[in-house]
Design a protein around this ligand. Structure first.
Ligand code: MTE
Ligand code: MO
Length: 369
């Protein structure tokens, strides 16, 4: 076992929430783009199991809309028994549900791709974890009553603009299959780590689809429409798809199994003796069953110790105590295996839009006497 004290191993989720002091963490995302605001979490954010709100990555397609809670209404229509319009207070009267959930942008680690793919050149900070509170989407839909033939549910955000050169102005719109929408863990959330949902994360209400890449969790919700067909808008069929070798496309859904080494960092020099290798691992909607570490460039693998909370929808912190055999240069790697036996791939499957970059990464360190 490592004896590092940085991870608060064994503490309950509520204790972890209580230990976040946002004021200790001034806002300091690594800026990818200013307008619209896109930023990734700095490396130090990975020391916490829950990411403090000011360090939680932000990915916006358009400017952040200005919404006043007193005027906000959620419209529900489409294939329903009756249209409805809910105020924030009415929504909050539904049973409260809380879940720790890791969200990863589908473009996280895009900058690792060779050849490069266009888009935001995220390093590994477009992934973060929060303790979310809200209501079940299925309870909200029950107010309107799902009609016969419902196939999908469409979510519209208050934000809008032209998403790419030559594209018309549009809101951020995404749909979910009806069974995912009705899943008891699919939430409409109003709190993040015990605080009201911050402006940049979808205030006052956002969708939260645990286990899915971030694009599914529509922010600044305005309208929910039940559909009896498949939605084929820009953010559904032009983006967030992976093309296979035959040219046919598969929509992105669950987050691919992945792990990263948080420390030591690329290029670090460490002294002979015990070295604590630390990192995180996650997989969309599945617990992490094991993390393995290789300190010889992938020749041999040894199991790391999992530390901290193990939750279905949240990342798993891990430690590995490594004793280098001799001074020199080493390539460290980690790979995760989830509860369904899915193993993190050695290589990312390169794709044109640069999504799901979950291949094993290596960190080169020098060991000196
Ligand atoms: N309305 C709206 N919802 C949105 C987006 C957006 O631009 N507009 N971006 C999506 C993408 S691509 C991601 S990765 C997540 C990011 O959520 P965060 O900014 O709270 O981290 O929100 C998703 N929901
Ligand atoms: Mo994203």
């Amino acid at each position: 076992m490592c004896n590092c004290t940085c991870i608060r191993a064994g503490l309950s989720v509520s204790t972890q929430v209580a230990q976040i002091r946002p004021d200790d963490n001034p806002k300091s995302l690594v800026t990818i783009e200013r307008e619209p605001m896109i930023g990734e979490a700095p490396q130090r954010a990975f020391d916490n199991w829950l990411t403090p709100n000011p360090l939680f990555y932000v990915r916006n397609h358009f400017d952040i809309p200005d919404i006043h809670c007193s005027e906000w209404r959620l419209r529900i229509d489409g294939v329903v028994s009756r249209n409805s319009e809910l105020t924030l207070d009415e929504l909050k009267e539904l049973p409260r549900v809380t879940l720790p959930i890791t969200m990863e942008c589908a473009g996280n680690n895009r900058s690792d791709l060779d050849p490069p793919a266009p888009g935001n050149q995220f390093q590994n900070g477009a992934v973060s974890t929060a303790y979310w509170a809200g209501v079940r989407l299925k309870d909200v839909l029950a107010i309107s009553g799902i009609g016969d033939g419902a196939e999908e549910v469409l979510f519209e955000g208050h934000d809008h603009g032209s998403p790419a050169p030559g594209e018309p102005e549009m809101p951020y719109l995404r749909s979910l299959p009806i069974d995912v929408a009705m899943h008891p863990d699919t939430l409409l959330v109003y709190e993040m780590n015990g605080q009201a949902l911050p402006k940049e994360h979808g205030h006052p209400i956002r969708l939260m689809v645990p286990g899915w890449y971030g694009m599914a969790s529509v922010k600044w919700l305005k309208r929910i429409t039940v559909l009896d067909m498949n939605y084929e808008g820009f953010f559904q069929t032009d983006r967030y798809i992976i093309e296979d070798e035959t040219g046919s496309t598969v929509p992105l859904t669950n987050i691919g199994v992945k792990s990263v080494i948080g420390s030591p960092s690329e290029g670090d020099t460490v002294r002979m003796g015990k070295v604590c290798v630390k990192g995180t691992a996650w997989s969309g909607g599945e617990r992490i069953a094991a993390v393995e570490v290789s300190c010889d460039g992938g020749e041999t693998w040894t199991r790391a110790d999992v530390v901290g909370p193990s939750e279905r929808y949240a990342w798993q912190h891990w430690h590995y105590s490594w004793t280098p055999p001799a001074p020199g240069e080493y390539s460290l790697m980690s790979r995760a295996i989830d509860a369904r036996g899915k193993v993190q791939p050695m290589k990312t499957h390169w794709n044109r839009l640069g999504y799901m970059v979950n291949g094993v990464r290596s960190v080169t360190v020098s060991v000196r006497a």
